[in-house]
Ligand binder design. Structure first.
Ligand SMILES: O=C(O)CCC(=O)C(=O)O
Ligand SMILES: [Fe+2]
Length: 338
């Protein structure tokens, strides 16, 4: 079993779903190819992100991350693994969400609102290209939802109504050339698991992404069932090398919770071993803010055991996670969001 298998989305949904199930219950990461997102669109989107990060610092600081989690996060602002990091991640990033106009009723929900787009005089094509890429990621996310549902032996459209007003975040990232030093607590991105349901990641050709798997690799992870490995104990970091033309898909904590731990939200990190700068674009694909997240009936009882998590909502789950890792962010109290 490859640590991170490549799944061909050109095959039948049933065949792809079987491979998705194997990946989700073992490493929690897989690549997809034949995904239908045109290569020139990915290239254009990367060119626009490079231009965005190339703007003067004042222009980026003018777009600083707002209360809805949209905008710029400077170098070292985010500390994904506070216990092991000497300082924040050696990366800068932006968040762009689903565009929600201020006069829309949705704008009153936390994490919803208008985006902070760069000045069109500086980057005339940025918004058009990035929105097109965002829409392509959304469509791919909807396809992956069908495979996930089938992989859990649910009807293929099971999750669709939970994604009719989804929380979506495109996150271009730029890692500096600073070489990481794990022993000294210096990381491109500290070890973390993603918060939400699904992440669709595109990277450039510079390596750096790693996942934590127990000794014995993905088979051992599958055998461990819902038990989560702990960094430093009985496992090691495995490289997830760039694969031209493919996206890296991984599962987040919300899906792990929904599946009662059957599907894995795997610890991962980015280290710089080359001294080169690196660009990646993550897309976080999450359900409607009010969507209940409660252990699925197919993942409890019998061998799956009783529910390990109390019910929550997608919005509450994300707000709690953001508050734990962003220096400048504090979640509104629970009473205002559920
Ligand atoms: O840049 C990467 O390869 C990974 C980024 C990541 O893990 C994240 O943004 O959650
Ligand atoms: Fe991540």
């Amino acid at each position: 079993m490859a640590a991170v298998p490549v799944i061909d989305l050109g095959q039948t949904e049933d065949a792809a779903a079987a491979e998705v199930r194997a990946a989700c219950t073992s490493s929690g990461f897989f690549y997809v190819r034949n995904h239908g997102v045109p290569a020139p669109l990915v290239e254009e989107a990367f060119a626009q992100q490079r231009a965005l990060f190339g703007l003067p610092l004042e222009a980026k600081m003018a777009m600083l991350q707002d209360a809805n989690n949209r905008g710029y996060t400077p170098f070292r602002e985010e500390t994904l693994d506070p216990a092991r990091q000497a300082h924040g991640d050696t990366k800068e990033g932006f968040y762009f969400g689903r565009e929600v106009p201020l006069d829309s009723p949705e704008a009153s929900k936390p994490l919803h609102g208008p985006n902070q787009w760069p000045d069109p005089q500086l980057l005339p094509d940025y918004r058009r290209v990035t929105q097109q890429y965002f829409d392509a990621m959304t469509a791919l996310g909807m396809r992956l939802l069908r495979l996930l549902a089938l992989s859990l032996e649910l009807p293929p459209d099971y999750f669709a109504p939970m994604f009719d007003a989804p929380m979506l975040a495109l996150r271009p990232l730029h890692y500096s050339g600073e070489v990481s030093d794990p022993g000294a607590g210096v990381f491109g991105a500290g070890a973390h698991s993603d918060y939400g349901m699904l992440t669709i990641l595109a990277t450039d050709e510079v390596p750096g992404l790693q996942i934590w798997l127990p000794d014995g690799g993905p088979e051992a992870a599958a055998d461990a069932g819902a038990a989560r490995g702990e960094e430093g104990v009985g496992g090691r970091w495995w490289d997830v090398p760039p694969q031209p033309g493919a996206f890296v898909i991984n599962l987040g904590d919300m899906l792990e919770r929904w599946t009662n731990g059957r599907y894995r939200s795997t610890l991962h990190r980015v280290i710089n071993t080359t001294g080169r700068e690196r660009y990646s674009v993550a897309f976080f694909f999450e359900p409607n803010f009010d969507c209940p997240v409660e252990v699925l009936p197919c993942c409890t009882g019998g061998v799956h055991g009783p529910p390990r998590y109390p019910p929550t909502t997608a919005g509450r789950h994300l707000l709690d996670k953001y508050a734990a890792t962003h220096a400048g962010y504090s979640a509104p109290p629970a009473a205002t969001t559920v």
